[in-house]
Structures are given as C-alpha cells and as structure tokens.
Design a protein. Sequence first.
Lengths: 398, 398
Amino acid sequence: MSFVNQNYTNKLDNVFYKIGQKVNLFSKNNPNTQIISLGIGDVTRPFSDKLTNIMVNALLEQQFASTFKGYPPEQGYLFLREKIKERYKTFNVNLSVDEIFIGNGIGCDIANILDMFQDYTPLIIEPTYPAYFASSVLNGKTPHVLNATKENDFCVLPNVVEPKQYLIYLCSPNNPTGYTYTKKQLKEWIDFANKTNSIILLDLAYEFFIQEKLPHTTYTIAGAKKCVIEFCSFSKMSGFTNLRCSYTIIPKAIKRENVNLNSSFLKRQLTKFNGVPYFVQVGAEYVLSTQGQIEQQKNIDYYKNNVKIICYYLSKLKLDFVSSKSTPYVWLKCPKGKSSWQFFNDLLNNCAVIVVPGCGFGKCGEGYVRLSGFNSMENTIKACEEIYKYMIKEKCTT
Amino acid sequence: MSFVNQNYTNKLDNVFYKIGQKVNLFSKNNPNTQIISLGIGDVTRPFSDKLTNIMVNALLEQQFASTFKGYPPEQGYLFLREKIKERYKTFNVNLSVDEIFIGNGIGCDIANILDMFQDYTPLIIEPTYPAYFASSVLNGKTPHVLNATKENDFCVLPNVVEPKQYLIYLCSPNNPTGYTYTKKQLKEWIDFANKTNSIILLDLAYEFFIQEKLPHTTYTIAGAKKCVIEFCSFSKMSGFTNLRCSYTIIPKAIKRENVNLNSSFLKRQLTKFNGVPYFVQVGAEYVLSTQGQIEQQKNIDYYKNNVKIICYYLSKLKLDFVSSKSTPYVWLKCPKGKSSWQFFNDLLNNCAVIVVPGCGFGKCGEGYVRLSGFNSMENTIKACEEIYKYMIKEKCTT
C-alpha cells in the first residue's frame, strides 16, 4: 500500500511533448528556416465575424451588474443542451437534456469518466488517441490492446475479442487512420458490449468530418442507449481547441450493478467540476445554428481539401497510405522500412516539415507517421512540395 | 470487486442543489416576492471597462489567421505563470514557473489532485467547503473529521490530532467561519505534516480578502515547500466564477516515497487536461497588474462593507455570530436552538432571504447558517432590514 499513486511513475512518452523538444532544437540550429507543421491536430482557421461578435457580446454582459454572470451550471447552460438535443433530433435520436453534459474538452471528459469505474479492463484499438492508454495506466489498469493494421483494413471488430466485461474505447472517424465504422459494425460492438456488460466510450471528436453515409451517433442502433457513452467536441468542428467546449451523452438507461451512470456522473460534476464559461457556451450554441453550421462546413471543407492535396502528392510518389473522406488526417507508411522517429527526423531535417510519429498512437503505429490537413492551403502545398522533392531525391518512391 | 465505482452510490446531499429546489418552490408560490440571496458565495460586481476591453481584444485575436490561438499550453501560458511568480515575490517567496499550474477552478484542482494519491486518510476541519468531504467519499475514503467550534474559537491546531500520514485540508480564510490562520499556527501544521509525512492541501480561495497582517502563503515558513500545495483562484478575487481560472502551486521539493508530486501532476495535466482559454488567462494577467489590483480591491472592499452591514444588524439583535476582517462571510448561530434548515426555512418564508444552512459545511455546522456579503449593498440592507423586523417580531434576540 502506498500513500501516493505509484502509477504516475510509469514512463509515458508524450509524443507531442517530444516533438516540441526536437522542433525547438531544429529552430535553434536553423533560425532562418520556415518550419511547416502537418503535425499536431490543431485547428488554424479563424472565427467568422458573426461567431466572434456573438461571443464578444456575451463577454460584454460581464461589464454590467444587471447581466453579470456568476457560476455557470455544472451540467451546462440549458440553451446549449437544448441545441444539442435538437442536433440529435436531426439524426432521429431523442435525448433528454439531462443526458447531455457540457465539458471542457473530450481529453478531460473521457479521462474523467473513469472516476465512475473501479475494476475494469480497458479495451483499446490502436493506433488511436494516446490519452486512452495513458489515462488507463495512470489509473493503474493494463489495457487489452487490439491492432488495426493494413491486414484488417484498419478495422477491428469484436469477433476477434475474448468475451469479457470491458471499458471499450472506440474512435470513429479514427484518429489517426481515418477509418469510420459503418452502422453494421457499430451494431456488432453494441451487441458485444450488451452481451458482456461492457461499456463503450465512443470518441466522436471528428464526427463533423463524416461525409459518407456513415453514422454520426450510435443511438439509432438498438441497444446503444444501454451501453454507449458518446463524447463530442467543438474543438475540431468549430475551431474551439483554445476555447475548450465539449459534450458527453450518458443515456439514463445505462446501468451496471444497479448503478445509474448518468446519476453518478452528475454527482461527479457537481462535486469536481464547475462548468464552462457562459460566452464559450454562447459561441457553441451559435456554431450549432443553421448559419453556424454553414460556416463550420466551409472550414471543414478547407481542411479536407488540404488532405486531398497531401494524398495527391503521396499518390504521385506511389507511397503506401490511408485516409478517408471523413478525416482531416493521412496515415502514411514510412518508406524504406524506416521507423516513425527516423522518418520524422528525415522530414524535419530535410524538408522542415513536422509530422507525428505513428508510434505515438500505439506500438502498432511504429513505422507510420500521421500528416494533418489543419494548416493553411499554401503551407500544405509548400510542405508537400518539399516532401516530394526530398522523396524523389532519396528514391523513396515504390 | 465491482465494475463501477460504488462510492458514487453514497448519499451526498448537495446543500446548494437543495437550496435551489426550495427557492424554486417558494418562487412559484410567491411569484411577486423579490427574493434576496445572501446564500451561495457567488460574486456579483461587474467587470471594469479596462478588464472587459482587454479580454475582448484577446478574443478578437481569434478572428484573424495570424493571431488565431489553438490549444492552450496544459500548464498555462507562461505570461500568466510569470505574473503569478511576481506576485509571490511580493510575499518574499521565490517560485519557479514550473511550480505553477493554471487550472479552471479550485473546485476542480483540489479534487483532481487526489489522482496523485492512493492510500491516504483525509483530515478535514469542519465546518468547511463541502467538496473536500464529498470528493474524498467519491474516492472511497473515510475522512477523519475535526470540529472548529465556539469552544476552540473556530481554530483547530494539530496538537489535538493523532500523528498519522494524512492528506490535510486547510482553508484559510475559512469558508464559512472566516477564521484565518496566523503564521505561528500554520507553522504548527507544517511541522506536523513534515513529522508525519502528511501533505497539506491549503485552499486559499479567499486569500485576497486577507486584511490583517496574516499570511497569504505558507512558503515563507520553514518546511512549507516540503509539504504544502497551495490552491488559489481568480473566482472571488476578481469575479471570475463564470470564467473559470485558478492556480495551483506544487513546489518541486515535495516528494513522498520517491515520487515527485510536481512531476506527477504535470503528467496528469498533460494526459487529462487541455488548459484554460487564452483570453481568460489574459484577463487573469491583467487582474494581477497594479491597475487590476486596485480595481479588484474596490470590489473586495464593497463586499466587505456588506459584511459590516450584516454584522451591524446581527449585533443590534445581540445574536451569536462570528466573522473576520478577512472574509466575505458571517457565520451565525440559529436563534432559539433552531436547526440549520428550520432557520433557513424561516428566513426564506418570512423574509424572502436566502442563506446557506450551516449543516452543509459539515455536521458540526448544524445549528448555524452562513450569510454572504456578495450581493449589492442595497439588497444587503434590504435583506438585513427584513431579517431584523422578523427577529424582533419573533423575539429572537438574546
């Protein structure tokens, strides 16, 4: 027995932290070189005038006693939860506003939800968002890891899983591969979860990027409301990575061992969370309006066009990669059997382009890198040109 | 062994939630009665023009690609951490910016810090902020509770505590009693903590209200940097309850069982937290500037004047209460041996005034209520007049 949580002594490489260190060193040695980042999945498109004005006006309310806002409600303002409820209606899903929790980012929400669980086995399909693994380890758990690889078309289904009670992390569209589950595949996971009394934590951070006729939610699927918690965010959808706003859906029908998880999470939020600022939620409400959605779609199309550009260059080089119509990312196999970090170094040192080493998304991501479409079109083209020239020179085409 | 965390099934009355229900019912039955709240400790003074402008300008940066901000740094922007470091210098304390973590509220920070600990006994001095007890229980711990009462002048010192390794919650100035520790008393707690390998979690939410020559930090006291984590917030100081911004100081010298708690918490934040919005931190930086401090002091003086008004009326009634020069609160013994909720009901139903039942701050708070100075002066006077009239009528004076 230990006074402190010894799990925090586990070595957990934060790939983005390590990238930062390498980039800083490169900058220092090459002060005049422009570095282009196709690395961290961070948005770059500025806010529309309308969105900015609405948020500024909401902020100005703090200047007058009559409109001054104090503590925000822990579960989120009703106006935003109503708007999210409306959005789900467009998917033919009926939610109660009590099933919606406003949070300050999926990163926090999907880690905080672990407070609700005690003796569980995390089931993680890699490559994926590294925080699932890291937060499990910090909680003293040993995740059961499945690999999404070229061999299984980057899609893992429950038929390969030993039936046990898991906390199942699904990310669709997947970060980094872009793989997006079909309704039939999600149904398989839901049936598996209900059969094994497991819970699915579905990370929908890239839900707004879904273009094909693929599901934006599981709640149209029978049984989903008994086992799926959905995590969504305004970060990538509307450029809110700085503002921090997300929402978590915990259906009231989810119970395990007579514990209602919706009630548990409400208790958690009332005790350990104090809500999200008013004007951030006002901005988020606008983003879900008809006009807001049109604006967001423009940005998403812009990022997706960058993905097309990246794919165009990689295709010309006949490199081995995957992407999809529903993702801002490209998942590229390193040429010549290079390791993720080797290829990262090559691209940084020869092209001044930052990518993310695939090993940061799990062991099976070794030998891959992730490229993102979140930069400007000009920078994306420039980066691709540099990569193209370098690869031709190094004869890195197949 | 249980899949879900059964500690969440513990009954935890949220006193503020229950107040809300009672007030809603009263409003419904008395639609034309103006209710005045001397209840929840939530700020009401609007932002200054300067603070608002600075934050609006920071928000406007999101409208342009060249100034657009993405993910905030998990530990907080350096400019704000530098400013906090400067503030500590005015107390003759040298901190490194790495010892400062920007968070989104003490409520979150002081609950999140529990992730760093495993087998510990919480030591809680009641009456106090109820989240210490609640978050301990949700973490499966049975707090060791000590009572601050009239008999010990609302001050508990470690000489009455069995030496054991604890997580010690101190709140100074205390919410709700207003009791503020002297340097000598804090030294006793620090010596006790170092002798027992305990850790002190010092909640300084009301630090800016400290008026007498009492310590704003423990780090001028020998040994403090080996055992004290300090939690501060912009909520009450600068009216940021809606904006959510706080800071936690974890000295690098704090180690237990060879685990460095500063490193652990950094790992936690990198994994489970995504930072606080840019313009909120810009606002917080301004608040710590010379001009910002002058503005904040005006608001704090305003709230304290309300406390004086409340004390004036209660003194006229010769009621039994405590407060201090360093608190926005008054801790009042219910007259005629009434229970906290009885007296709450009396004041709501007869005066249309909301207070907080003392039992919400711990069992020993039963028979007390807390009154807050956070309303407008006009409303505070009106509420006091109503209370005065009612108490005279009911012969509730001593």
